[in-house]
Design a protein around this ligand. Structure first.
Ligand code: SF4
Ligand code: SF4
Length: 84
């Protein structure tokens, strides 16, 4: 019988360094608007959103500023702003 190797990728923090270093846009969390649905946590491709007391925290050392979290948020609780 012949076997085929299969590689399955899963979200994880940047393996080749801190992706936050080359971010041009930054997600800013607005806690007062958050409805704790955790869509952002589920969809962040860098796995850099963590949950704490029904709120989120963003690890800016690994966030690459892709904006996925902001796009999936139903409450407009994450705003993308340009890095200075
Ligand atoms: S997607 Fe928006 S509303 Fe849902 S947990 Fe994240 S910030 Fe809060
Ligand atoms: S912008 Fe949002 S979805 Fe993209 S890496 Fe940063 S926290 Fe994750």
């Amino acid at each position: 019988m012949e076997y085929i190797d299969v590689l399955i990728s899963k979200p994880s923090k940047g393996s080749s360094g801190k992706t936050g270093l080359w971010r041009t846009f930054k997600p800013v969390y607005k806690e007062d608007k958050c409805v704790s649905c955790f869509e952002c946590y589920v969809y962040c491709p860098e796995n850099c959103i963590s949950l704490k007391d029904l709120k989120i925290e963003i690890d800016y050392e690994y966030c690459k500023g892709c904006g996925v979290c902001s796009n999936v948020c139903p409450a407009e609780a994450i705003e993308m702003i340009k890095e200075v």
